[in-house]
Design a binder for this molecule. Structure first.
Ligand SMILES: *Cc1c(COP(=O)(O)O)cnc(C)c1O
Length: 219
Protein backbone atom coordinates (compact mmCIF):
# COMPACT_ATOMS: atom_id res chain seq x y z
CA UNK A 1 0.00 0.00 0.00
CA UNK A 2 2.83 2.37 0.89
CA UNK A 3 4.62 1.47 -2.35
CA UNK A 4 1.63 2.56 -4.42
CA UNK A 5 1.56 5.93 -2.64
CA UNK A 6 5.24 6.48 -3.39
CA UNK A 7 4.70 5.71 -7.07
CA UNK A 8 1.76 8.13 -7.21
CA UNK A 9 3.90 10.91 -5.73
CA UNK A 10 6.64 10.12 -8.27
CA UNK A 11 4.12 10.25 -11.12
CA UNK A 12 2.81 13.60 -9.86
CA UNK A 13 6.31 15.06 -9.67
CA UNK A 14 7.14 13.74 -13.15
CA UNK A 15 3.97 15.42 -14.45
CA UNK A 16 4.71 18.69 -12.67
CA UNK A 17 1.64 18.32 -10.46
CA UNK A 18 1.20 18.64 -6.72
CA UNK A 19 0.92 15.19 -5.10
CA UNK A 20 -2.20 16.23 -3.23
CA UNK A 21 -3.93 17.02 -6.54
CA UNK A 22 -4.58 13.30 -6.98
CA UNK A 23 -6.86 11.26 -4.72
CA UNK A 24 -6.21 7.55 -4.48
CA UNK A 25 -9.40 5.49 -4.46
CA UNK A 26 -8.55 2.03 -3.09
CA UNK A 27 -10.71 -0.48 -4.94
CA UNK A 28 -11.78 -3.05 -2.34
CA UNK A 29 -13.90 -5.32 -4.55
CA UNK A 30 -13.26 -8.98 -3.70
CA UNK A 31 -10.95 -8.06 -0.79
CA UNK A 32 -11.39 -9.91 2.53
CA UNK A 33 -12.14 -8.00 5.75
CA UNK A 34 -8.53 -8.26 7.01
CA UNK A 35 -7.29 -6.41 3.96
CA UNK A 36 -9.87 -3.67 4.43
CA UNK A 37 -8.84 -3.44 8.11
CA UNK A 38 -5.21 -3.08 7.08
CA UNK A 39 -6.00 -0.32 4.59
CA UNK A 40 -7.99 1.58 7.22
CA UNK A 41 -5.18 1.14 9.74
CA UNK A 42 -2.76 2.51 7.14
CA UNK A 43 -4.87 5.66 6.90
CA UNK A 44 -6.71 4.98 3.63
CA UNK A 45 -10.10 6.76 3.67
CA UNK A 46 -11.40 6.70 0.08
CA UNK A 47 -12.67 3.38 -1.26
CA UNK A 48 -14.18 2.18 -4.52
CA UNK A 49 -16.56 -0.71 -5.14
CA UNK A 50 -18.06 -1.90 -8.40
CA UNK A 51 -21.08 -3.90 -7.19
CA UNK A 52 -23.74 -2.56 -4.88
CA UNK A 53 -24.61 -5.81 -3.16
CA UNK A 54 -21.03 -6.88 -2.60
CA UNK A 55 -20.25 -3.41 -1.24
CA UNK A 56 -23.15 -3.64 1.22
CA UNK A 57 -21.69 -6.86 2.56
CA UNK A 58 -18.27 -5.33 2.97
CA UNK A 59 -19.21 -1.90 4.33
CA UNK A 60 -22.70 -1.69 5.82
CA UNK A 61 -21.60 -3.17 9.15
CA UNK A 62 -18.64 -0.84 9.50
CA UNK A 63 -18.40 2.60 11.04
CA UNK A 64 -18.00 4.73 7.92
CA UNK A 65 -17.43 8.04 9.70
CA UNK A 66 -14.75 9.95 7.86
CA UNK A 67 -14.73 7.52 4.95
CA UNK A 68 -15.75 8.15 1.37
CA UNK A 69 -17.29 5.26 -0.57
CA UNK A 70 -17.39 5.58 -4.33
CA UNK A 71 -19.40 3.38 -6.70
CA UNK A 72 -17.26 2.72 -9.77
CA UNK A 73 -19.27 -0.07 -11.42
CA UNK A 74 -22.46 -0.02 -13.49
CA UNK A 75 -25.66 0.78 -11.62
CA UNK A 76 -29.06 -0.72 -12.43
CA UNK A 77 -32.05 1.50 -11.72
CA UNK A 78 -33.54 -1.11 -9.34
CA UNK A 79 -30.38 -0.83 -7.16
CA UNK A 80 -30.40 2.96 -7.09
CA UNK A 81 -31.90 3.23 -3.62
CA UNK A 82 -29.41 0.77 -2.10
CA UNK A 83 -26.60 2.64 -3.83
CA UNK A 84 -27.77 6.02 -2.56
CA UNK A 85 -27.94 4.69 1.00
CA UNK A 86 -24.37 3.36 0.92
CA UNK A 87 -22.28 5.50 -1.41
CA UNK A 88 -21.06 9.06 -1.02
CA UNK A 89 -20.16 9.37 -4.69
CA UNK A 90 -21.58 7.57 -7.72
CA UNK A 91 -19.08 7.67 -10.58
CA UNK A 92 -21.15 5.76 -13.12
CA UNK A 93 -24.10 7.97 -14.00
CA UNK A 94 -24.46 7.35 -17.73
CA UNK A 95 -28.10 7.63 -18.83
CA UNK A 96 -31.28 9.66 -18.30
CA UNK A 97 -33.20 6.77 -16.69
CA UNK A 98 -30.55 6.60 -13.98
CA UNK A 99 -30.89 10.33 -13.29
CA UNK A 100 -34.56 9.76 -12.57
CA UNK A 101 -33.91 6.69 -10.41
CA UNK A 102 -31.25 8.53 -8.38
CA UNK A 103 -33.51 11.52 -7.81
CA UNK A 104 -36.34 9.26 -6.60
CA UNK A 105 -33.91 7.39 -4.35
CA UNK A 106 -32.53 10.65 -2.98
CA UNK A 107 -36.03 11.89 -2.19
CA UNK A 108 -36.89 8.65 -0.39
CA UNK A 109 -33.67 8.39 1.61
CA UNK A 110 -32.78 12.03 2.20
CA UNK A 111 -29.29 11.25 0.95
CA UNK A 112 -27.89 12.93 -2.12
CA UNK A 113 -24.64 11.38 -3.33
CA UNK A 114 -22.42 13.49 -5.57
CA UNK A 115 -22.02 12.06 -9.06
CA UNK A 116 -19.61 11.73 -11.93
CA UNK A 117 -20.72 10.98 -15.45
CA UNK A 118 -19.13 7.84 -16.88
CA UNK A 119 -18.06 8.41 -20.47
CA UNK A 120 -17.60 5.61 -23.01
CA UNK A 121 -14.50 7.38 -24.22
CA UNK A 122 -13.44 4.65 -26.67
CA UNK A 123 -16.99 4.28 -28.09
CA UNK A 124 -16.88 0.55 -27.34
CA UNK A 125 -20.26 -1.08 -28.07
CA UNK A 126 -20.13 -3.42 -25.06
CA UNK A 127 -18.99 -0.83 -22.54
CA UNK A 128 -21.04 1.27 -20.12
CA UNK A 129 -20.87 5.03 -20.23
CA UNK A 130 -22.47 7.89 -22.11
CA UNK A 131 -21.19 8.66 -25.60
CA UNK A 132 -19.06 11.83 -25.44
CA UNK A 133 -21.55 13.71 -27.63
CA UNK A 134 -24.39 12.90 -25.20
CA UNK A 135 -22.59 14.14 -22.09
CA UNK A 136 -23.65 17.82 -22.27
CA UNK A 137 -27.36 16.90 -22.44
CA UNK A 138 -27.03 14.37 -19.63
CA UNK A 139 -25.20 16.93 -17.51
CA UNK A 140 -27.97 19.50 -18.02
CA UNK A 141 -30.65 16.93 -17.21
CA UNK A 142 -28.89 15.81 -14.02
CA UNK A 143 -28.42 19.39 -12.84
CA UNK A 144 -32.01 20.34 -13.68
CA UNK A 145 -33.02 17.49 -11.35
CA UNK A 146 -30.80 18.76 -8.56
CA UNK A 147 -27.95 16.27 -8.79
CA UNK A 148 -24.43 17.48 -8.12
CA UNK A 149 -22.14 16.49 -10.98
CA UNK A 150 -18.49 16.85 -10.02
CA UNK A 151 -16.77 15.50 -13.10
CA UNK A 152 -16.22 12.66 -15.52
CA UNK A 153 -15.01 9.08 -15.24
CA UNK A 154 -13.77 6.67 -17.92
CA UNK A 155 -12.23 3.25 -18.52
CA UNK A 156 -10.29 3.40 -21.80
CA UNK A 157 -10.24 0.44 -24.21
CA UNK A 158 -8.00 -2.29 -22.81
CA UNK A 159 -5.94 -2.83 -25.93
CA UNK A 160 -5.18 0.77 -26.87
CA UNK A 161 -2.74 3.37 -25.65
CA UNK A 162 -4.78 5.08 -22.91
CA UNK A 163 -3.05 8.48 -23.13
CA UNK A 164 -5.14 9.88 -25.99
CA UNK A 165 -8.37 8.69 -24.33
CA UNK A 166 -7.37 10.35 -21.05
CA UNK A 167 -6.57 13.57 -22.92
CA UNK A 168 -10.00 13.57 -24.60
CA UNK A 169 -11.78 13.01 -21.29
CA UNK A 170 -9.79 15.90 -19.79
CA UNK A 171 -10.68 18.19 -22.72
CA UNK A 172 -14.36 17.26 -22.50
CA UNK A 173 -14.41 18.01 -18.76
CA UNK A 174 -12.65 21.32 -19.34
CA UNK A 175 -15.20 22.34 -22.01
CA UNK A 176 -18.01 21.57 -19.57
CA UNK A 177 -16.32 23.28 -16.62
CA UNK A 178 -16.11 20.05 -14.59
CA UNK A 179 -13.22 19.65 -12.16
CA UNK A 180 -13.07 15.97 -11.20
CA UNK A 181 -11.49 13.42 -13.53
CA UNK A 182 -11.61 9.79 -12.39
CA UNK A 183 -9.28 7.94 -14.73
CA UNK A 184 -6.36 5.60 -14.33
CA UNK A 185 -6.18 2.10 -12.88
CA UNK A 186 -3.27 -0.12 -11.84
CA UNK A 187 -2.06 -0.61 -15.40
CA UNK A 188 -2.18 2.98 -16.58
CA UNK A 189 -2.31 5.45 -13.69
CA UNK A 190 0.96 7.28 -14.44
CA UNK A 191 -0.42 8.21 -17.88
CA UNK A 192 -3.70 9.28 -16.26
CA UNK A 193 -1.86 11.46 -13.74
CA UNK A 194 0.15 13.01 -16.58
CA UNK A 195 -3.14 13.77 -18.37
CA UNK A 196 -4.70 15.48 -15.35
CA UNK A 197 -6.53 12.77 -13.36
CA UNK A 198 -7.83 13.96 -9.99
CA UNK A 199 -8.93 10.46 -8.86
CA UNK A 200 -7.16 7.24 -9.71
CA UNK A 201 -8.75 3.88 -8.90
CA UNK A 202 -6.27 1.26 -7.77
CA UNK A 203 -6.99 -2.36 -6.94
CA UNK A 204 -4.05 -4.66 -7.62
CA UNK A 205 -1.39 -1.92 -7.53
CA UNK A 206 -2.57 -1.00 -4.04
CA UNK A 207 -3.49 -4.34 -2.50
CA UNK A 208 -1.46 -6.79 -4.58
CA UNK A 209 -3.07 -9.13 -7.10
CA UNK A 210 -6.70 -10.00 -6.38
CA UNK A 211 -6.27 -13.33 -8.12
CA UNK A 212 -2.76 -14.60 -7.63
CA UNK A 213 -1.56 -17.04 -10.31
CA UNK A 214 -2.28 -20.66 -9.45
CA UNK A 215 1.40 -21.54 -8.91
CA UNK A 216 1.71 -18.80 -6.33
CA UNK A 217 -1.57 -19.63 -4.62
CA UNK A 218 -0.60 -23.28 -4.21
CA UNK A 219 3.11 -22.81 -3.66
C1 LIG B 1 -11.61 -3.14 -10.56
C2 LIG B 1 -11.66 -1.73 -11.01
C3 LIG B 1 -10.55 -0.88 -10.84
C4 LIG B 1 -9.24 -1.34 -10.22
O1 LIG B 1 -8.60 -2.22 -11.08
P1 LIG B 1 -7.03 -2.56 -10.93
O2 LIG B 1 -6.60 -2.86 -12.30
O3 LIG B 1 -6.94 -3.71 -10.00
O4 LIG B 1 -6.38 -1.33 -10.40
C5 LIG B 1 -10.67 0.42 -11.26
N1 LIG B 1 -11.80 0.90 -11.84
C6 LIG B 1 -12.87 0.10 -12.04
C7 LIG B 1 -14.08 0.68 -12.69
C8 LIG B 1 -12.83 -1.24 -11.63
O5 LIG B 1 -13.91 -2.01 -11.82
Amino acid sequence: MAAARVRIVEACIAAGRAPDAVTLTAVTKTQPPETVDAALAAGQRVFGENRVQEAQGRWSGRDRTGLELRLIGPLQTNKAEDAVRLFDVIETLDRPKLVQALVRAADRTGRRPRCLIQVNIGLEPQKAGAAPEDVPTLLDLARDHGLTIEGLMCIPPADEDPASHFARLRDLAARLGLGALSMGMSGDYPAAIAAGATHIRLGSAFFGDRNPPRETAEG
